[in-house]
Design a binder for this molecule. Structure first.
Ligand SMILES: Cc1ncc(COP(=O)(O)O)c(C=O)c1O
Length: 385
């Protein structure tokens, strides 16, 4: 019996490896996964339960319930000032991940290239490979604020480039793409006839007065952009598995064909819960306030530990922490920290091969746990002296 090369070349992520390893400890503080510890609002939970009780549990159209697509378009109009047509320009998916996967499946032929900024959300690289594509990585450095330049982007383009993936706010750095670079990316995409897959799943988790802009608002970009969004982070609905893509009618029609053959549709109780979340676009304030408090605490706590440094992220719920003052490689650091202090973090190389000097901390535990984690990390750092 043989397995396809496709399956053999896909690797488990270091994020999952550390998450699984953490389960072996009985007093562990797990800061690995981007999975909020809080619950969605009661209104959202009740909508899911009601759907189950009422038997609203059959298949929907491949593109999702019309009422959900309408709610999404209303919300996007309010938040982006861009109009989408609910019947043809939006598809509801099994989380943002399936939207990403379907997008890539629709645009990549064998050997086509996709430009990805590092440090990156590791699934981009794996999904591109799963679709027969070739990831082309642009590395960015802390000294330049983990930002890529127009020059780097232009140099990465070849005649095989099909798309650029952008992620703002970024997992793992929290960097938000500013107006200027968005203008440049849009110009390059239009000139080279490229798709921009814009992963905006953290767009509502912004700190320090940071404003969010989407590339979709740039002239002519509705035809070039596949906007990926999710209910997972904004409403703390990770396990509901519901997200969406907004794009041109041609793209959405192709994605719906793929969807029909992969998942048929997103789970129905989750789609009803998503309607409750999105109808007023307001069921997310508790989630935001919770992460804003943790952001304030964690940035200060990590930067006050001797030997550690992280730049202040503008968004999302991660810290990308520089550990270069220690003599440890990130994998060694993560494993030693877990063994010595039962704090689980993710080695930086999970987000790109250059990031040996970093670890990622997800502040997806409550403040008490985060305080305990900071105390344990301090003790660990002292033990290295
Ligand atoms: C950058 C980014 N995009 C997309 C996703 C997918 O989330 P979901 O499939 O739960 O919507 C994640 C989840 O961690 C993420 O970090």
């Amino acid at each position: 019996m043989k397995f396809a090369k496709r399956a053999q070349t896909i690797e488990h992520s270091l994020t999952r490896e550390l998450f699984d390893k953490a389960k072996n400890y009985d007093n562990v503080i797990d800061l690995t996964l981007g999975d909020p510890d809080i619950l969605p609002s009661e209104k959202i939970r009740k909508a899911a339960c009601d759907a189950v009780i009422k038997g609203q549990t059959r298949y929907s159209a491949n593109a999702g319930l019309p009422a959900l697509r309408e709610a999404i378009c209303r919300c996007m109009k309010k938040e982006y000032q861009v109009s989408f047509e609910p019947n043809s320009e939006v598809i509801v998916t099994v989380g943002g991940m399936e939207a990403l996967y379907l997008s890539l499946a629709c645009i990549l032929d064998e050997g086509d290239e996709v430009i990805i900024q590092a440090p990156y959300y590791v699934n981009y690289v794996q999904m591109v490979r799963m679709c027969g594509g070739v990831p082309v990585i642009i590395n960015t450095a802390e000294e330049s604020g983990f930002a890529f330049t127009e020059e780097q982007l232009k140099n990465a383009i070849t005649d095989r480039t099909a798309a650029i993936i952008i992620n703002s706010p970024c997992n793992p750095t929290g960097v938000v793409l500013g107006a200027e670079i968005l203008d440049k990316i849009a110009e390059i995409a239009r000139q080279n006839n490229l798709f921009v897959i814009s992963d905006e799943v953290y767009r509502t988790l912004l700190y320090d007065g940071c404003r969010y802009e989407s590339i979709i608002t740039r002239p002519g970009m509705k035809d070039h952009t596949i906007l990926i969004d999710s209910f997972s982070k904004r409403f703390a609905m990770t396990g509901y598995r519901v997200g969406y893509a907004a794009a041109s009618a041609d793209m959405v029609a192709n994605m719906a064909k793929m969807q029909e053959n992969v998942a048929a549709c997103a789970p129905l109780p989750s789609q009803y819960a998503a309607i409750a979340a999105y109808n007023e676009c307001v069921e997310d304030s508790f989630v935001y306030e919770t992460f804003a408090k943790r952001h304030e605490y964690m940035v200060q706590a990590i930067n006050s530990i001797e030997g550690l440094y992280c730049r202040r992220p503008e968004g999302a719920f991660y810290l990308f922490v520089n550990i270069s003052s220690t003599s440890l490689d990130c994998v060694e650091f993560a494993y030693k920290l877990l063994e010595a202090e039962q704090v689980a973090v993710v080695p930086g190389i999970a987000y790109g091969s250059e990031y040996h000097n970093y670890i990622r901390i997800a502040y997806t535990q409550d403040l008490e746990q985060l305080k305990a984690a900071a105390a344990r990390i301090t003790r660990f750092m002292e033990s290295l002296k």
